[in-house]
Design a protein around this ligand. Structure first.
Ligand SMILES: NC(=O)c1ccc[n+]([C@@H]2O[C@H](COP(=O)([O-])OP(=O)(O)OC[C@H]3O[C@@H](n4cnc5c(N)ncnc54)[C@H](OP(=O)(O)O)[C@@H]3O)[C@@H](O)[C@H]2O)c1
Length: 296
């Protein structure tokens, strides 16, 4: 049992679970694999469907979540049904030690070609009605784990000039006022992170897709199938239920249009004179001289 981690298991294409053979895992025949896809939060919901779809597309898989029995049952079934090599990694992504272990695994595995950052936690109550520790753990899973796992994989993707990330955000990332403010904030991060990295790395062969579902409005099967069509089409942002893509593109056009005006050296004209009732007290909006806004 030397070298075996209690948190991982391997299922070969004949479905045999081989907990004691981890050091030999790369020797499992994989014929025609599209590379390994890592799916976080694969034990249920959207992540589970991604695992199924990606195995059927020819990916070997590394499935990550806390619920080991669910992960292993899925791995055994998918290995039987698809002939792919499926590994499971039991990990709590809000736990520093577990996250570090998964980072190390990803950064040292040259077969990984796709990471689906899907694991996520919601918040049923508002900021004041939520436990601060729970919210911090949500940030750990929804933000920190996404950032760290992406960062762990990027160097090897860049060195071979290919690789892809599918980051599961939420429509609440662009409509944060609808539910818990922290959840919306974490999903705004996922969108911003994906857009920024797309800009930085698309020319070097790395694809980023942010998927923005809306809670409970669509079954996971339909959602993932739609998102994968968007992925295949090279979309950077996919809103699975959006009937008319020009609605999103219009937002993008407006955003890009604002871009040059957001970092001028002086304030907008409406901030150049104080409202009558506070005249004399606000001649320097927020105490800044116009020149100081040059780098905002
Ligand atoms: N369903 C929707 O309509 C919808 C809408 C908007 C956004 N989303 C986003 O889609 C993603 C998946 O959501 P879902 O609806 O499929 O939810 P779900 O069924 O509750 O699945 C969440 C997954 O994340 C994993 N997870 C949660 N905390 C974790 C932790 N600390 N460490 C490791 N894994 C953890 C869970 O596995 P374990 O419990 O086994 O750890 C589970 O596999 C999330 O990012 C969510 O925010 C979903």
């Amino acid at each position: 049992m030397i070298g075996m981690s209690p948190s991982k298991s391997l299922v070969s294409s004949n479905g045999d679970e081989r907990m004691d053979q981890i050091p030999r895992r790369r020797e499992v025949p994989r014929g025609n694999s599209k590379g390994t896809a890592v799916v976080t939060g694969a034990s249920s919901g959207i992540g589970r469907v991604y695992a199924e779809r990606l195995a059927r597309r020819g990916h070997d898989l590394i499935l990550v979540a806390r619920d080991r029995p669910q992960l292993e049952a899925l791995a055994i079934r998918l290995a039987h049904e698809t002939g792919r090599c499926i590994e499971t990694e039991t990990a709590d992504l809000s736990d520093k030690g577990d996250l570090t272990r998964i980072e190390a695994l990803l950064s040292s595995d040259p077969k990984v070609s796709l990471l689906v950052n899907n694991a996520g936690v919601g918040a049923p109550a508002s900021l004041l009605d939520s436990d601060a520790g729970e919210l911090a753990r949500m940030v750990d899973v929804n933000v920190t784990a996404v950032m760290r796992l992406t960062r762990a994989l990027l160097p090897q993707f860049l060195s071979r000039g290919s690789g892809a990330f599918i980051n599961i955000g939420s429509i609440l990332g662009i409509a944060p006022e609808v539910e818990n403010a922290v959840y919306g904030g974490t999903k705004a991060f996922v969108l911003a992170f994906s857009l920024a990295l797309h800009k930085e790395f698309a020319q070097r062969g790395i694809h980023f897709q942010a998927v923005l579902p809306r809670q409970n409005n669509m079954g996971a099967n339909d959602l993932v199938d739609a998102a994968l069509i968007g992925f295949d089409g090279g979309e950077v942002v996919t809103i699975p239920s959006l009937p008319d893509v020009s609605d999103w593109e219009g937002d993008e056009v407006a955003r890009q249009h604002r871009m040059p005006n957001r970092s001028l050296r002086g304030p907008g004209a409406r901030y150049r004179s104080a409202p009558a009732d506070i005249a004399g007290t606000a001649s320097k909006p927020h105490g800044r001289e116009p020149e100081e806004s040059a780098h905002l």
